[in-house]
Design a protein around this ligand. Structure first.
Ligand code: GLP
Length: 258
């Protein structure tokens, strides 16, 4: 796991560099797209590059991580709506090239299976962008999630519903209790995972992710088993990392060896 402690305002451009590097090699790359506030600066940076003509996402495909169950089509908090307005409509991706699990499907279990098949048919995710919840969830894999889980229906914790109430006008009762989410096993199959986290409220989750024991109690710790994870954090989110100085030292002395 590579841990980069960088100023918050630089994270968007740094991850956009990772995406641009991938697309230079593979214009039809498959992107794993996160929602929530953490990736917004990344999407701003990608939109700017596309409008400047230095990047094209036209041939890419995207898969989102998760979705609330029961929000009407077009609801502003539905992640399928959010990803269209935050990214797809601002770049040159055709709108149908991004698919997420459909939380309005009549048979949610079939939908989870179909969604997994769609990712597999696309050849798997090349680069997965991730945020992290304050309780250590990735996508909506709440504490207790199997480290081998696949896309399925989950029940949100009260903490996640409280954290996400800000998107629902501050009304926790408006936040659904259930969701569909890629599993930890699904996410772990992405070839490169880039996780971004900022702010003190993420510092414990980040400390567990990077230095804690691998455990379903802190679902993001499953990423310690992944061969290629890059973690971008600001000073606040990094504030509980015991080996922070070592990560800074590694970064400062980074060079190609061999
Ligand atoms: C939500 C999403 C996650 C996201 C997390 C953190 O619950 N399902 O994918 O990473 O919250 O969100 P934020 O980036 O807004 O802090």
């Amino acid at each position: 796991m590579e841990v980069l402690i960088v100023p918050e305002h630089k994270i968007g451009e740094l991850v956009a560099d990772d995406v641009s590097g991938l697309i230079a090699e593979r214009p039809d790359a498959v992107l794993g797209l996160a929602t929530g506030s953490s990736p917004l600066r990344i999407y701003d940076a990608l939109a700017r590059r596309v409008s400047e003509g230095v990047l094209s996402l036209q041939q890419t495909k995207g898969f989102t991580l998760d979705e609330y169950v029961g929000l009407a089509e077009g609801h502003p908090c539905r992640y399928s709506t959010v990803i269209q307005s935050e990214l797809v409509r601002r770049v040159d991706m055709p709108s149908h090239s991004v698919r997420g699990p459909d939380g309005g499907a009549s048979n949610l279990h079939d939908e989870c299976r179909n969604f997994e098949n769609a990712i597999a048919d696309a050849g798997g995710v090349d680069l997965q962008i991730l945020g992290i919840g304050s309780d250590g969830h990735i996508a909506f894999n709440e504490p207790g999630s199997s480290l081998a889980s696949r896309t399925r229906v989950k029940t949100l914790t009260e903490q996640t519903r409280r954290d996400n109430a800000r998107f629902f006008g501050g009304d926790i009762d408006a936040v659904p209790r259930h969701c569909l989410t890629q599993g930890l096993g699904t996410i772990s199959e992405a070839r490169h995972i880039v996780l971004v986290a900022t702010g003190h409220e993420k510092s414990e989750a980040v400390a567990q992710l990077v230095e804690g024991a691998v455990s379903a109690r802190w679902p993001a710790t499953v990423l310690q088993h992944h061969p290629r994870v890059t973690v971008y954090v600001d000073e606040a989110a990094a504030s509980r990392l015991i080996l922070a100085d070592y990560y800074r030292y590694t970064h400062a002395h980074r060079r190609l060896v061999g």
